[in-house]
Every structure is written in structure tokens, then in C-alpha cells.
Design a protein around this ligand. Structure first.
Ligand code: SF4
Ligand code: SF4
Length: 248
């Protein structure tokens, strides 16, 4: 039965929602996660997390730290598409299979008061009681690993992917974890070299990622207007990663 629901959910993601990527993480993979990141904070007794994604058109995100206009539209469009996909997937599982589900993890539009205050303290201003990491969900769902750029690196499409997750009580079968562990080991790190703000640093000994981003620097670079459109980063660190390739 679990395999039947899993197959149906994946088919819906690929064929109806036209998602490029889909990976499923059984809840057991969150056993060692920090409690505030646990998906059961969102849906009690959640059994799995489905992470879906779209792959960027590389032409639209190249040099996006210089030509913001083209990537704003690209990112805004993909976030909207992902938001709809997550919402539709949640409703589909609830209506067809009777399991409570909810979409989460999309970039949120920043509170107006915070933007007016001039981006003084992003973490302090947002202060969520519950966190959700789509990148953690993607790794637990077998979609790749997190590199020095602290983004998901998918084996075929690298970091030019945008993600949304659905937390569900459906008892879905998990995808195998990615064995893409050697990412970054032999790379001369263009993500760090070409970041216009020097926001990236290497992280060692962290089970979840090989790098860290000072997001305040990204936000300061792109400006308040772009932030209000949901354009949270310039994406140079994603587009220069040698793993980043488009669909087809
Ligand atoms: S550019 Fe190189 S070091 Fe940076 S995330 Fe990609 S593979 Fe890793
Ligand atoms: S870390 Fe931020 S500023 Fe640097 S390339 Fe990535 S998105 Fe741009």
C-alpha cells in the first residue's frame, strides 16, 4: 500500500505538476535533526516529507548579481510555480488518500516593518518559532548534498534548482540517499571566488553542509525592492558551480 501511494504521488508530481525533481524522506531520517527543524512541528505525526523542485534556465540566472532584472522574473515565476505545486500536492494527498498534509519551506516575503527598518538584523526580525529547511528535506529525500555554497547540489543539475516541500502523514516509501559525497573535494571553489560580497565560508564538521552563507550580505547586495518580490539572493554562487546544468 505504501509503495502504491508513493508511486501515485510521484506520478502526480512529474506528470501533472510537471516538477523536474521529486524526492521522499521518511520521517525517521530526521531522528538527529535539531528539534525546531523537525517536520512534526508542522503536522503532528507526520510520516514523510516530499520535496519537489524546478531547474532554472541557466541563461536567466547567469551573472544575476549584475543583471538583476532577468533573474527577478525567473525566480519570482519559479517560486510561484513551486508554491502552487506544493499547495496542489497537499490537497491531492488529502483528498485522494485521506492523509493530512501541508506545503512549507518556500522563501517568505519579508515583514514590511523589517524592510522599512533597513535590514538591520534578518534573524532577529524574522524570529520564527518553527523552522523548516527545504535543503535538509532535499538531502534526506535523496536529491543531493549541500556544498560549500551551502545550497543543494543535485547530481545532474547542481545548484540551479528551486525547491518546495510537503510534510505529510502519508506513510510514503523513501528514496535512497544520494552518494554524492565527494562534491566540492576537487573543485577550486568558484562559488567563493565569484561571490560579489564574500559571504561564503567553508564549514567543517557539520553533518548537514560543507559551507555557510552570511545571508545579511546577500540581502544587502540585492536591495529592499527585490527582496519584497521574493528575490532573496543573486544566485552567482549557484550558477558558477560546475555541477549546475539545465534540464535536457
Ligand atoms: S562551486 Fe565547487 S566548491 Fe562551490 S559548491 Fe560547487 S562544487 Fe562545491
Ligand atoms: S552568497 Fe549571496 S551574494 Fe554571494 S553569490 Fe551567493 S547569493 Fe550572491
Amino acid at each position: 500500500m505504501n509503495d502504491q501511494i508513493t508511486e501515485d504521488v510521484k506520478k502526480y508530481a512529474k506528470e501533472v505538476l510537471e516538477m523536474d525533481l521529486v524526492g521522499i524522506a521518511p520521517i525517521e531520517r530526521y531522528a538527529d535533526a535539531p528539534p525546531e527543524f523537525h517536520p512534526q512541528q508542522f503536522i503532528p505525526d507526520a510520516k514523510a516529507v516530499i520535496t519537489m523542485g524546478l531547474v532554472h534556465n541557466p541563461d536567466m540566472v547567469q551573472e544575476s548579481h549584475i543583471n538583476k532584472a532577468k533573474s527577478v522574473v525567473e525566480i519570482h515565476g519559479m517560486n510561484t510555480e513551486n508554491l502552487c505545486a506544493g499547495y496542489k500536492m497537499s490537497r491531492y494527498i488529502q483528498k485522494k488518500w485521506g492523509y493530512r498534509s501541508g506545503a512549507t519551506g518556500l522563501p517568505v516575503h519579508l515583514p514590511e516593518a523589517f524592510v522599512k527598518a533597513g535590514l538591520q538584523d534578518i534573524k532577529g526580525a524574522l524570529k520564527p518559532a518553527v523552522y523548516f529547511s527545504v535543503k535538509m528535506a532535499a538531502v534526506h529525500g535523496g536529491l543531493g548534498k549541500r556544498g560549500v555554497n551551502d545550497l543543494l547540489i543535485h547530481p545532474e543539475h547542481g545548484s540551479i534548482v528551486r525547491l518546495v516541500s510537503v510534510v505529510t502523514q502519508a506513510p510514503l516509501t523513501g528514496d535512497p540517499l544520494s552518494d554524492f559525497d565527494s562534491i566540492c573535494d576537487t573543485c577550486d571553489r568558484p562559488c567563493m571566488r565569484e561571490c560579489p560580497t564574500g559571504a561564503i565560508s567553508v564549514k567543517q564538521g557539520d553533518p548537514y553542509t560543507k559551507g555557510s552563507i552570511d545571508w545579511q550580505k546577500c540581502f544587502n547586495l540585492i536591495g529592499n525592492e527585490a527582496l519584497m518580490l521574493g528575490y532573496a539572493a543573486c544566485l552567482q554562487c549557484a550558477s558558477v558551480c560546475p555541477h549546475s546544468k539545465q534540464v535536457g
